[in-house]
Write a protein that binds this ligand. Structure first.
Ligand code: ASN
Length: 360
């Protein structure tokens, strides 16, 4: 019997068509999408499908959709060898990051893919992305799925999803993974670098320490699905000339529980007293502040320069070499599942799904 893959359609350019009246791209239905890829029948796996009732442009993605998508994977987890999710590229890295945190100890592939041109377009990149994603999801080793993590496949490269960012709105090569190499390259052969894969041996025991035991499901193979994310977060991107009014207003939003501070270079920020005073009093109020770099590559190293030392002293948490997308999703996940700064800091600063390069 052929192994089964569940193909989940959420929307995105891959399934869009030009509205003849407005000229804008809008979603069309899933069965029409599959008509364009008869090659699916030739694969060594059986593909079953399901779809969002209303496919969305991924700019409309939110935590309710993430919960819905994660629960589709969770409910079907035992019945499939792996999962391929068709998703718009605009927020694919965010969704991939969020899913990676929601599935602890996952033993199956969840591969997100999409395209820059609709599947009906003559020059489309959609077919290759879809077919190779399905092939990657089918790969086995000793009758177990070879890939056991949440990935993005786009334009001949398979990446760990929580290491990626969309970096180009024009090129077919739309994603980059600046701080972690691609897990696989599709050329004449599909070359998977097994040493780079996240696997059962990866030590995440501490990742559970201190997490609230709310709303989780354990599967037979040890996969733990934790639903729920907390979106009371904000990204505060620094720029030369940022004013006390702006920093104060953001830090004082009463519903905000976590702030991603996008700093310069290796985690540097102004040392002006007004700036440090606002951050210090925000942390004292119980808000978590994480330092993440605006640079696409490299890492926050608090203490490397005087301009970041003080941040460490007042209790800012380091995002190290995490992408903004991964840090945001990890913050939403941890805010929902832990309630003290010590646990938050411990788990945030360590790798729980391969999202950050360990420095310990
Ligand atoms: N706006 C589209 C989306 O993210 C872009 C794409 O899929 N290429 O849904």
């Amino acid at each position: 019997m052929k192994p089964k893959i569940l193909l989940i359609y959420t929307g995105g350019t891959i399934g869009m068509i030009k509205d003849p009246e407005t000229g804008a791209l809008k979603a069309f239905n899933f069965s029409e999408l599959l008509i364009h890829v008869p090659e699916i029948k030739l694969l060594s796996c059986e593909v079953e499908t399901c779809s969002f009732d209303e496919p969305i442009d991924s700019s409309n993605m939110n935590i309710a959709y993430w919960d819905a998508l994660a629960s589709v994977v969770n409910e079907n987890y035992e019945n499939y060898l792996g999962f391929v999710i068709l998703h718009g590229s605009d927020t694919m890295s965010h969704t991939g990051s969020a899913l990676s945190f929601m599935f602890e100890n996952i033993k199956k592939p969840v591969i997100l893919t999409g395209s820059q041109l609709p599947i009906g377009d003559l020059r489309t990149d959609a077919k290759e992305n879809l077919i190779t994603s399905l092939q990657l999801a089918c790969l086995q080793n000793d009758e177990q799925p070879l890939i056991q993590e949440v990935c993005i496949y786009f334009e001949y490269q398979l990446y760990r999803a929580n290491r990626t960012a969309k970096m180009n709105a024009e090129h077919f090569e739309a994603f980059s993974s600046p701080n972690y190499p691609p897990l696989a390259i599709s050329g004449v052969n599909l070359k998977v670098d097994r040493d780079l894969l996240w696997g059962a041996s990866s030590d995440t025991a501490f990742a559970k320490a201190g997490l609230r035991n709310n709303r989780y499901v354990t599967h037979e193979d040890g996969m733990i699905y934790r639903s729920g994310l907390d979106n009371n977060v904000v990204i505060l991107k620094l720029f030369p000339g940022i004013s006390p009014e702006v920093v104060g207003a953001v830090c004082n939003i009463s519903s905000v529980k976590g702030i991603l501070l996008e700093t310069y270079g290796s985690g540097n920020a102004p040392t002006e007293p007004w700036f440090i005073d606002i951050l210090r009093s925000t942390i004292q109020r119980g808000v978590y502040i994480v330092n993440i770099t605006q640079c696409r590559g490299g890492a926050v190293v608090m203490g490397k320069y005087e301009t970041s030392m003080i941040l460490r002293q007042i209790g800012v948490v380091s995002g190290a070499d995490m992408t903004t997308e991964a840090a945001l999703a990890k913050m939403m996940y941890l805010l929902h599942h832990c309630d003290d700064l010590a646990t938050f800091k411990l788990v945030f600063e360590r790798s729980i799904r391969g999202e950050v390069t360990p420095t310990y």
